[in-house]
Design a protein around this ligand. Structure first.
Ligand code: MG
Ligand code: ZN
Length: 230
C-alpha cells in the first residue's frame, strides 16, 4: 500500500504554525500563573462531539458544587447549548464561541479568565470544543486534562488519536452501559490508552446511570491543592 506523508518543511506555513504554537504555550504559562495566584484548580475537558463532556461536567458539578466554588468555561463553535445545560445558580459560566476554530486556545482562555471572579473560585472546568485532534497542541494553562471518549465512537478512538491521550491525566470511557450493544470492549480501550500513556488514569463511566463518577472525582485529587475548604 502506498502511504503519503508530508516531508519536513513540506506543509505550507510550517514556520508560522510553530510560531503560533509557541505563542500559545507562552500564554498558557501566563494563564497558569494567574490561576495559581488565585488558587484556582483548572481542568481541561476534551473529547469528540457527543462523547459526553457536558454530561460529565454536569454530574461533577452536582457532586462538587456543595464543597467548591465552581466556574465553567464552555467552548463551542457557535452555540451556547452546553452552557445552557450547565447553568445553575451557584456556578459562574462563560461561553466562548470560537467561530471556525475547532479548539480553544490560551488567548481565548486569557480573555475568559478576565470575566471570572477568580479570587472566589476554587475549581474551573473548561469544556473544550468537540474535537480529538488539535486541542492536544493547544495547552490552556490548566492543571489537569481529561479526555472523554465513548464506546459508541467505535473501537479505534484511542489508537487513531494518540497525541491527545499522550498528555491526558484522566481518560473517561463513557457510555459503558452500551458497550455490549456496540461490541466495543472498554478493557481493550483501556489497554490502548495504557500503551500510549501508562500514567493516565482510565475510568469506565456511564453518565446516564451515574456510574464511575466518584472514581473521576477521586482521580482529580482535589483535596491536595484547593483553598482548604474540604
Ligand atoms: Mg458538550
Ligand atoms: Zn482546532
Amino acid at each position: 500500500m502506498d502511504i503519503i506523508e508530508p516531508e519536513e518543511g513540506e506543509i505550507l506555513d510550517i514556520e508560522l504554525e510553530e510560531d503560533f504554537l509557541e505563542k500559545n504555550r507562552q500564554l498558557s504559562v501566563k494563564n497558569r500563573a494567574l490561576l495559581d495566584k488565585n488558587k484556582v484548580r483548572a481542568i481541561d475537558v476534551m473529547g469528540s462531539i457527543g462523547s459526553g463532556k457536558t454530561s460529565l461536567i454536569q454530574l461533577l458539578l452536582s457532586i462538587l458544587g456543595k464543597k467548591f466554588r465552581i466556574a465553567v468555561i464552555a467552548g463551542d463553535l457557535t452555540t451556547s447549548i452546553d452552557a445552557e445545560r450547565l447553568r445553575q445558580p451557584e456556578v459562574k459560566i462563560i461561553q466562548v464561541n470560537t467561530g471556525k476554530e475547532c479548539h480553544l486556545d490560551a488567548r481565548l482562555i486569557e480573555r475568559a479568565l478576565k470575566s471570572l471572579p477568580l479570587s472566589s473560585t476554587d475549581l474551573l472546568f473548561i469544556e473544550n470544543v468537540g474535537n480529538l485532534i488539535c486541542p492536544a497542541d493547544f495547552p490552556l494553562g490548566t492543571h489537569q486534562r481529561i479526555v472523554v471518549i465513548s464506546v459508541t465512537e467505535g473501537p479505534w478512538m484511542v489508537v487513531k488519536h494518540p497525541y491527545i491521550f499522550r498528555d491526558a491525566d484522566i481518560v473517561v470511557i463513557n457510555k459503558i452501559d452500551l458497550a455490549e450493544a456496540m461490541q466495543v470492549s472498554p478493557e481493550k480501550l483501556t489497554q490502548d490508552v495504557s500503551g500510549i500513556n501508562p500514567n493516565a488514569k482510565v475510568i469506565p463511566v456511564s453518565c446516564r446511570y451515574k456510574k464511575g463518577i466518584f472514581e473521576v472525582v477521586s482521580a482529580l485529587e482535589l483535596n491536595l491543592s484547593n483553598k482548604g475548604i474540604i
